[in-house]
Write a protein of this length. Structure first.
Length: 499
């Protein structure tokens, strides 16, 4: 545990890492049924951080039974909305109080900068809990002015109720472990559901620290359960007959498996999947702002973002100057462990991701791409990759078509009358897109033509808790965040009364 020893990690984080981390089921921290554990590693060094109880199908079953009981028998279901509101708000407050601790733990487990994990991931997660705390008291049905053509002369009072779906399985990835969990937990709980959270095997720790916060906030047992494990635990949750809904963020490949697994009881499924997002820079853009913004588009979180703007389309007249400026800025980015406060780019999450990303780089270069900067692994230890700007790429190269999930961008020139939108939309994905121009009508015109769930104009990664987020095409089903997420976790009952 060299990194933990060398760097400044708070006493609370050290204490948290000291023992085996247990599953959180029915309000108690418990061993896995099998007694097995797995190791979670520090991606900056590849060394062991701590052991985690290894949840499998039997543990998922225990957690589902607890969540079922909490939903069907209460006290959760009978709790007043404003009581749920106060509990969820408290989670936001506790996250804010402990943001430094969450940031350090996320940096150790995931590799990202502790400063960013605290100021962005944790601060935003707290905001998400507060935003949906407010929603708990604002979920409304409507009265419907029915005509009832088959009952002439009758009088009716018809209305709708918005009710929770029931037991929800939440399966999240490793790129924003705490944040992706909060996007699902907060609206699911505000709507009155009970949940089982399955964090990614690479990054289970902040989910377990969050379980302590749910405990401290005073949630009734069984309302929130956290079961770390591998893909088989996620598969067991997706197939479980007593689970009413799965909300998943991760790869498109696993998303399709979840759809198959959910068929048994036709549970509801929402999916937030991969992307290969276009970022379009017109010649009339503010050059310096667009360079910085485009760098952020593909490099934020080391490129491990589903929305990463990794197809950079630049208008021909500025292509060379622009890509060189992006490459120059990328070459100056400070690489290091997430716990070093000067670090701008940390390691990828795992050996598997390092192999995957360097594999794409090898293939791209072999296909004929040229790296303006980067192109390979950085250093000998840890899972670091140099920020890489590829040019001389063709639309059929794997580095242009496939989600790499690392600090790699493929830049391509276009002519103003080229039909850039056709190129931008030429992808199985449709998650996000960026547009850089000073021409306001061109910006809005282009935004309407892009097949993407989020379009950012003269900025990138412009998220807000109140804005819906999700994918067109194979980037997913449904919209998270904002009022849209309440739809994901409620169902409508129509009630019609003869007066
Ligand atoms: P993944 O397998 O899709 O992992 C996401 C979550 O699904 C994890 O909790 C995972 O558990 C779980 N899972 C795995 N197999 C499952 C199954 N059959 N049924 C239910 N749940 C299952 O993603 P990955 O393998 O970690 O990453 C592979 C690639 O996916 C990345 O390179 C990237 O391209 C993409 N990805 C996209 C996002 C995104 O935000 N859209 C996030 C992460 C990765 P385990 O962790 O135990 O496998
Ligand atoms: Mg996986």
């Amino acid at each position: 545990m060299t990194v933990v020893a060398e760097q400044s990690v708070s006493a609370r984080v050290r204490e948290f890492l000291a023992g085996t981390k247990l599953l959180y089921i029915d309000g108690e921290f418990v061993d896995a049924s099998s007694g097995r554990t797995f190791v979670t590693y520090d991606p900056a060094t590849g060394e062991r951080l701590t052991d985690v109880a290894h949840g499998e199908a039997a543990d998922i079953d225990r957690a589902v039974r607890a969540a079922r009981r909490a939903f069907d028998e209460g006290p959760w279901a009978s709790m007043k909305p404003n009581e749920r509101e106060r509990l969820i708000w408290r989670v936001g407050d506790l996250l804010t109080e402990r943001a430094a601790e969450f940031g350090q733990l996320e940096a150790l487990d995931n590799g990202k900068s502790a400063a960013i994990a605290s100021a962005v991931d944790t601060a935003w997660a707290a905001d998400v809990f507060r935003y949906y705390a407010g929603w708990a008291t604002k979920i409304e049905g409507s009265t419907v002015n029915v005509s009832m053509p088959f009952a002439p002369g009758g009088q009716f009072h018809a209305y709708t109720l918005r009710e929770p779906i029931g037991v929800c399985g939440l399966i999240v990835p490793w790129n924003f472990p705490l944040l992706m969990a909060s996007w699902k937990l907060a609206p699911a709980l505000a709507a009155g559901n009970t949940v089982i959270l399955k964090p990614a095997e690479q990054t289970p720790l902040t989910a377990l620290l969050l379980a302590e916060i749910f405990e401290e906030a005073g949630f009734p047992p069984g309302v929130v359960n956290v079961v770390p494990g591998f893909g088989d635990a996620g598969a067991a949750l997706s197939a479980h007959d007593d689970v009413d809904k799965i909300a998943f963020t991760g790869s498109t490949e696993v998303g399709k498996k979840i759809v198959d697994a959910a068929k048994g009881n036709l549970k509801k499924v929402t999916l937030e999947l991969g992307g290969k997002s276009p970022n379009i820079v017109f010649a009339d853009a503010d050059f310096d702002v667009a360079v910085q913004g485009s760098l952020n588009a593909w490099l934020f979180n080391h490129g491990q973002c589903c929305v990463a703007g990794t197809r950079l389309y630049v208008e021909n007249s500025i292509f060379e100057r622009f890509t060189e400026a992006v490459a120059e800025a990328a070459s100056r980015v400070k690489i290091g462990p997430g716990l070093d406060p000067t670090t701008e780019l940390g390691p990828l999450v795992s050996q598997e991701q390092l192999d995957r990303v360097t594999g794409y780089l090898r293939d791209g270069l072999a296909d004929g791409a040229r790296a303006l900067t980067g192109g390979k692994r950085w250093g000998e230890t840890g899972y670091f990759v140099e920020p890489t700007v590829l040019v001389d790429v063709e639309p059929e190269f794997s580095v242009v078509r496939e989600e790499i999930f690392g600090p790699v961008v493929a830049a391509m020139p276009f002519d103003a009358d080229d039909g850039i939108v056709t190129a931008a939309n030429d992808s199985i994905y449709g998650l996000a897109a960026g547009i850089w121009t000073r021409d306001i009508s061109k910006a809005h015109r282009t935004a309407r033509l892009l097949k993407a769930g989020s379009v950012w104009i003269n900025q990138y990664n412009g998220f807000d808790t109140a804005m819906p987020f999700g994918g067109y095409k194979q980037s997913g089903w449904g919209r998270e965040l904002g009022a849209a997420a309440i739809d994901l976790y409620t169902q409508t009952k129509a009630v019609n009364v003869a007066l």
